[in-house]
Structures are given as C-alpha cells and as structure tokens.
Design a protein around this ligand. Sequence first.
Ligand SMILES: Nc1ncnc2c1ncn2[C@@H]1O[C@H](COP(=O)(O)OP(=O)(O)OP(=O)(O)O)[C@@H](O)[C@H]1O
Length: 559
Amino acid sequence: MPDEPLIILAVAAIGRALFRWRSELAPITVGVALDIGALMLHRTHPDAWPLVAILTAVAALAAGLRGMPWGATRAEERVYAAIATTVAGGWLTAATALGPGQRPLHTMLVVAIVGLGVPWWAHRRRRARVSVDRVIHAWPDLAEAIGLDGSRIMSAVVDTWGWRARMKLRPGQSVTDVVARVPAIESALGTRPGAVRVEQDPAHAGRCTMRVLAVDPHAGAIPWPGPTARSLADPIQLGVFEDATTVRVPLLRRHALIGGTTDSGKSGVLNVILGNLAACPDVVLWGIDLKGGMELRPWAPCLARLATTPDEATALLADAVAILDARAYASSHDNTRVWAPTPNAPALVIVIDEYAELADTAPAAVPRAESVARRGRAVAVDLLAATQRPTQKAMGGGVLRSQMSVRVCLRVRERRDVDLILDKGMLAVGWHAHTLDAPGKFYVLADGHNQPRRARAYLVTDDHVRETAARYADHRPDLDPLSRAAIDRQSRALEPPAKAADDPEQILKTALDQAPDAGLTIPELIDATGMGRTWIYDRLQALAATGRVRQVTRGRWRA
Ligand SMILES: Nc1ncnc2c1ncn2[C@@H]1O[C@H](COP(=O)(O)OP(=O)(O)OP(=O)(O)O)[C@@H](O)[C@H]1O
C-alpha cells in the first residue's frame, strides 16, 4: 500500500500482530482491561464493590463447577478457570473500593498476570487450538500451494493427539485427490511425515475429515487386556484405533485374511484372535503351521488338532470338508439355513499360519481350503489365514482371497501389496499400509470397517500365550457327534484296535504302544479312544507318573 501514510501502515501492522498473538497476549489484555475497569468503577461507583464481590463468587462457582463460560471440560481446566476468576474478581473488588492506584494493587496485578499467565501460555490444548486457528486462517493459501485450491476447512477441533478438521472440497475434487496430496499437506503444515490422515465423509463425496497427529498414539506397544470374547458371536477386540476406540471385528461365519511382510506382526494378530477364541466354548480350533509348528505350537493345549506337515494339513482340510459336507447335508434336511454354534455344536475355526507355504508344499490341500472358503460360512467352518503376500499363485488363483471378508493388512513392503491383501483400488483411496512403521500396526477391512483407519494390535507376549492356553485347555469343547462321525468316515491313519473296542483305557495303552516315534497328539488320542480331553490328560498323567508313557515333544505322547 505505497500510498498509505506510514502511521496507518504501522497501526495496521501492530493491529494484525495483536490479533495474531491475541491468545498469547490474553493475560496481559485481561490485566489492562481490569485496570481500566477498576479505574472507571472507582470513579463512578466506588460503593459497588460488594456487588463485584458477589458477581465474582458466582462466576468462580460457574467456572469451577461447570467450566462456564469457557467450555472447560477437564477438571484441571475448571480449577484454573475458578482460580483465575477469583483472583481477577477479587482484585477488581479491592480496586473498585480503594482505587487501582492504591499500593500495592498494581504490583499484585502484575504478579497475578505472570502467575496465572504461565499455565495459560504452557497449556498444550490452548497452544494446539491457536496453531489450528492459524492453519484455518492460512488454509486458502496453503491449499493453493498443495494443489487443493478451492477446498475449505469448515471446522476444527483439538483432541488428545492433535487436531482434526472437516474439509469441504471444491466441486469436482474428491477424497482421492486429498489422499494423493497427503505428503504435500504434511510439508505445508510442517508436521512429521506420516502425521496426516484423511477419511471420507460417509454422507458426502465432496467432504472429508483431515486428522493431524502431533504425537503418534501408537508409538508404544499396547498390552493385551486378555480375552474379552465368550462366544464366537462376540466381536474380537484386536487392538486400538488412533482415536483410542477399540477395533472390534466380528468373525462368526466369516473367513479372515491377515497379510503383511515379515516381522509386521502377523503372528501377533493371530495370537490376539487365538487368545480370544480359546476362551470361547463354542469354537473348536484346528491349526496348520508348516513352519514346523513354530507359531501355533504354544497354543497346542487349546487346539483340537495341529498339522505341521503337508500330509497332516491335507488330511486336516479333508476332514474339514467332510464336516462341512455333513453339516450342510444335515442343515438341508432340518431346513435350518445356518449352523448356530453352541458348546454342544461348536463352530470349527481352522487357523493357517503362512498360507503360501501350504499352497507351495501341499497342492492337494488347496482345493479343500477353497471348498471350505466357498461353503464353510453357513455351517460355521471358518478359515483364518495369515500370509506374507497373498499373490494369485499363493492364494490358489484368488478364489480363497475373494471369500475372505475380514482382511487385516499389516505393514507391506511394496505399495501394490495393499491391493493384493485388501482389494483393488484400496491403495488409491488411502489404505497406505506401506507407510505403517511398527509391528502390529494395521488397517482392517471388515463389516463396519470400511475407512482407512490405522490401528495397532494388542501385544500378546509369550507369557500371555502360555497362561491363556493353560487356562482354557481343559474347557475346550469337543466336536459335535455329527462332525465326529463325518471324520470317522474319512480314511484315517489311526484306527482303534478292534479287539479292545469297548475299553478306552486299553485302547489308549495300545495306541500309545503302537504310536510312531514322533508320538501321538491329544486330538489323535481323543479320536482313538472316543474319550474327552480331560479324561485323556488324567490317564496320561497317571501313566507318566508310573513311567509307562512319556511326552516325546510338547503335546505328543508315546509309550
Ligand atoms: N502388536 C504389537 N505391538 C508391538 N510389537 C509387536 C506387535 N506385534 C508384533 N510385535 C513384535 O514384532 C516382532 C515380529 O512380530 P511377528 O512375529 O508377529 O511378525 P510376523 O509378521 O508374524 O513375522 P514372520 O513373517 O517372520 O512370521 C516381534 O518381535 C513382536 O514382539
């Protein structure tokens, strides 16, 4: 403004600075206003000080009890508001009666401004609010620089971790445009990389929410609170979203795929799910772990079956198909459309650690797994598969993956893996799993979870696994008679000796005598004797005490 007189330019610049720093200057502004107010009151109504005192008491109570009129919701903020109101009102009362020039009223005012100003200046939420206001003010310029010109910030709120703003896009812009510019937004706002999240407004294609996280809420591991599910019908609590809400994923009649690169925390997520399912008396758990049982063996006490070789895995999946055939047949005869799991007629969940390994080493198992994936849901035979990369090859041509309605995507190495694990086009709309920067961080796509929200899985320690497995081992349900009969019809490696068919004790001893060198698992002994898990454990303990049998490896026994 070259034509304006210098004085006007100076006043305008000072006015702008005062406006910009109005929050920081608030304690001084209040002090000056009190001084002027006291001067006028003392001159015109020096006898009004009792009224000022009463109004002070009322205002301090309103601030302390209700946070009024500042909207202070937290206890410490209300305490501060009550103290500040009392000090300011008390000073005004004294200054009205005595005159602000009376000693030492001015000194007291300066001390109060500094004393109450320090917490005000240091208050994190106030500072955050101020920086958010500045961003909103500067947004039109920033938006132009970023390439989102015409977008507007409609409102913004400060929360525990940073702030979030509702954004209205220019007609023709979509949330995909905003997602594509996230790194540019981070640079323009001066945040750390990975601090900005963008979520579509489900009600309006031209609006979205932008979250800016000043601190990473998932910086530290989140300890597992223990199992919360008591039935497969209860959603499984996998971890925590960035807004501190719990990730609840329903698994009943759903297959789940957990994908992520090595060390991304796949086994961790499996452990959270297994820890919950172990506590559900309406689920029978079977496991396939072709890494020699490394991941699933600790859960062996709760697994009715654990396959660690390709042959065992193929046999296990063949039995699963037999079960689902039998259940489907029974359902069609009873006219019951779905199998509602109960402790007497439990669901069957088959956990497969590293599915790609199964596809590579046990090709005969793949069509069976696909059969379970296609037809298992209605009869409550569910798959829970973890894999590093669910490529077309690894996932048997994609049939299996397309049936997985729960997808958990942990950190991936390449961007295109996001679309492989979640679905085509998910990378473009903000499911940026390649930017996840710690094990256990994930995105989940499932019923009720269709926005790219980052979460972190609970950390289940080895001790948790041991304790949980031991705690629920004796409460695991057995398969229902229908499903057991279906397995019996399958050709099985181990047949109970015919001559001792009616004495389970004898069958047990013979089975242990004839067991292969690797020993027999508890589920195999249950199959052989037809007795329950607790009975088997009791007999094994008794026989072991007399030296008649021994545990070859964890969970495998022979004479
Ligand atoms: N939710 C979590 N929070 C914190 N740390 C975790 C979490 N999940 C896993 N980790 C840590 O990350 C490391 C790797 O985890 P995990 O073994 O589950 O990965 P993975 O993807 O199964 O690896 P691999 O592909 O080698 O089997 C472990 O040391 C574990 O302690």
